[in-house]
Every structure is written in C-alpha cells, then in structure tokens.
Ligand binder design. Structure first.
Ligand SMILES: NC(=O)C1=CN([C@@H]2O[C@H](COP(=O)(O)OP(=O)(O)OC[C@H]3O[C@@H](n4cnc5c(N)ncnc54)[C@H](O)[C@@H]3O)[C@@H](O)[C@H]2O)C=CC1
Ligand SMILES: O=C([O-])CC(=O)C(=O)O
Length: 329
C-alpha cells in the first residue's frame, strides 16, 4: 500500500472542518489511490468536539483513512505533516469585513507558521482558509523562514467557483463550459473577479463584459465579491460546505494538476508578477503541474481590470502594514 499522506486540519471541530474532513477521508482531495492520516488540531476547549467528529469518521469505515490523531499543540499537530489546511480562526458576523478579524485571528498564524517551520515534512503544502486568508498566509509564511514561500497559499478558490457559477448563469451555459476566469487580489470585498480573459462555451468572456458594462460593474463583480456577506445574511453563519469544497478543489489541483487549457485562482506569495509588490499574498490566475503552482503570465490587462487589481493590491499592502504594526510579521 502507498505510504499515507499526513493531512493536518486546524479548526477541525468548526463548521468548515465538519464539511471538510469526511471528503478528505473519502479520497476527494488526494485521489482514490492515496491513503490519508488525519491530524485534527484544535484549541483545548474544542478537543472533545473533535473527538466526536473522529468517532464519526471511524464510523464511515473509509478504506483510505489510515488513522486520526487529535492535538491541541501546534508542534505535535504539524509534526511530519505533508498537507496543512489552516482553517481554525474566528469567522466574521453580520456587518463585519474580513479585515476586522485581523487582530482576533492574526495571532493564530505566527505560532502555526513556526510549528510548520520546525516540524512539517519537507514537501509540506499549506492552504490558509481562516480569514483574512491572504494576510494570515503572509503571517504564517513570514514565520516559517526555512519553508519555501511558494508552499504557503491562501484560498480564493471559493471566489473563483462563485465567479464560474455566476458567469455560467448569465450566459445560460452549463458551468462546465466556463473556463479561465480569474480572481485577482484579496479575498475581500475589494477582490476583482475577471471575465475578460474567460472562455464561455467558445465565446470570449470579454464579449459579455464589453456588451454590458453595467452588468459587469454593478452586478457580476459585486455579487461575487460580496457573496460571503450575502451567505452570512441568509444563513446566519458564514459559508461552510462551499468553503470546504473549495479547499478540496485547491489542494486537489495543487497536488494532481489543473486541466489542460484551463486555469484556476489561488493566493500566492508574489514575486512581482503583474506589478504586485513582492511578498504580498495575492490571488492570481494559476496552473499547476508537478505539484507546484505557476502564475499564468503575459495576460494583456485592460484599463478597467488594471484599476480594480491595483485597488485590491493596495488593500493587501495596508493589511501588511497593519500586521507589521501589530508585530505579527
Ligand atoms: N478563504 C475563504 O474563502 C473562507 C474562509 N472562511 C474562514 O474560515 C474560518 C473558519 O470558519 P468556520 O469553520 O465557519 O468557523 P467556526 O467558528 O465554525 O470554527 C472555527 C474553529 O477553529 C477553532 N480554532 C480557533 N483557534 C484555533 C487555533 N489556534 N488552532 C486550532 N483551531 C482553532 C475553533 O475552536 C473552532 O472549532 C473563519 O475565519 C472564516 O472566516 C470561511 C469561508 C470561506
Ligand atoms: O465571508 C466570510 O466571512 C466567509 C468567507 O470568507 C466567504 O464566504 O467567502
């Protein structure tokens, strides 16, 4: 049998954790041939709830689930881990922006970055889901100097999937026929979902944008960018199953590759692509092969897109200043 992959999930007793763990154990994330060993990392008060989830995981008798360990100490939770999903953090409530969580959540990601640095496997791949995801990824990466920066990513795949779905609805085509949309910038209301370079069942996405500027600026962009708030308003709690699904998609594509002719979106440590200052964790169009993300380079950006991207990147710079002032990086 193949050696199991160690997968650490923080916030395992939370609502995203509950929607995520069963799918990881079923093979949805790493494929049907890869056994997994789950490490659930929680705060001490939530360990009992995590134990309950572990009992349910046992009760599923997943053939690929090699074992489950529960920890409340980051050093133990990340020791030898190959894939780390940093979900554990407070969600926002109605009327809050994700950046309002910076002070409450930022402090979680420095110690976790240090624990990953000290003990994770050499091939560790980290996805930060806890908000504000981009800047929390920046904090974690900055506290893990020995881990290559491209191993720390922030989740904008949920925004990407939202954009696919909204564009498919507008064009009245199946979502499977929409390709190459991009989320640029921050996982926040300033993000820029870009349809200009998309392919919509063979029609350039730019046609929808050019024909109907009002739809683009007043409907599509805000619907995608503010979807998280709309879910909180409707459900009384932030998105969970769709967030877990996006985390599965992100790690699946990172490890197993993106389909030929398409790309997806992920928050990556910038090395200056598209003028994004180095060291900000910003969302880009990305492909994956050989277990590594590559930014899709050379896209010719129109003025509308450039302006929107710059605004979101400016917000990321401000968040970096804020966490510097808090001494977190
Ligand atoms: N990037 C994205 O697209 C999305 C991000 N999120 C974010 O994901 C995070 C989690 O959301 P939910 O699961 O709904 O929250 P939740 O409140 O249901 O669960 C959070 C869990 O994290 C645990 N936790 C807190 N501090 C921890 C620490 N230091 N170590 C380990 N565990 C810790 C808590 O005990 C709790 O069980 C929130 O910050 C939310 O805003 C949510 C949806 C989408
Ligand atoms: O909006 C929130 O706070 C939760 C989240 O990140 C999302 O649903 O995109």
């Amino acid at each position: 049998m193949t050696t199991p992959v160690n997968v650490t999930v923080t916030g395992a007793a939370g609502q995203i954790g509950y929607a995520l763990l069963f799918r990881i154990a079923s093979g949805a994330m790493l494929g049907p041939d890869t056994p997994v060993r789950l490490r659930l990392l929680e705060i001490p008060q939530a360990v009992k709830a995590a134990e309950g989830t572990a009992m349910e995981l046992d009760d599923c008798a997943f053939p690929l689930l090699d074992g489950i360990d529960i920890h409340d100490d980051p050093a133990a939770g990340f020791a030898g881990t190959n894939v780390a999903l940093l979900v554990g953090a407070r969600p926002r409530g109605p009327g809050m922006e994700r950046a309002d969580l910076l002070e409450a959540n930022g402090g979680i990601f420095g110690p976790q970055g240090r624990a990953i640095n000290a003990g994770a496997a050499d091939d560790v791949r980290v996805l930060v889901v806890g908000n504000p995801a981009n800047t929390n990824a920046l904090i974690a990466a900055s506290n893990a100097p020995d881990v290559p920066k491209d191993r720390f990513t922030a989740m904008t795949r949920l925004d990407h999937n939202r954009a696919l779905s909204q564009l498919a609805r507008r064009a009245d085509v199946p979502v499977s026929q929409v390709r190459r949309v991009t989320i640029w910038g921050n996982h926040s209301a300033s993000q820029y979902p870009d349809v200009f370079r998309a392919d919509v069942a063979g029609t350039p996405g730019a046609r929808y944008a050019d024909e109907d500027k009002l739809w683009l600026a007043d409907d599509f962009v805000p619907t995608v960018a503010k979807r998280g708030a709309a879910i909180i308003e409707a459900r009384g709690a932030s998105s969970a199953a769709s967030a877990a699904n996006a985390a599965i998609d992100h790690v699946h594509d990172w490890v197993l590759g993106t389909p030929e002719g398409d790309w997806t979106s992920a928050g990556l440590w910038s090395t200056g692509e598209y003028g994004v200052p180095e060291g900000l964790v910003s969302s880009f169009p990305v492909t994956s092969s050989g277990g590594a993300w590559q930014v899709v380079e050379g896209l010719d950006l129109d003025a509308f897109s450039r302006e929107r991207i710059a605004a979101s990147v400016q917000e990321l710079s401000e968040e970096r200043e804020a966490v510097r002032a808090l001494g977190l990086v």
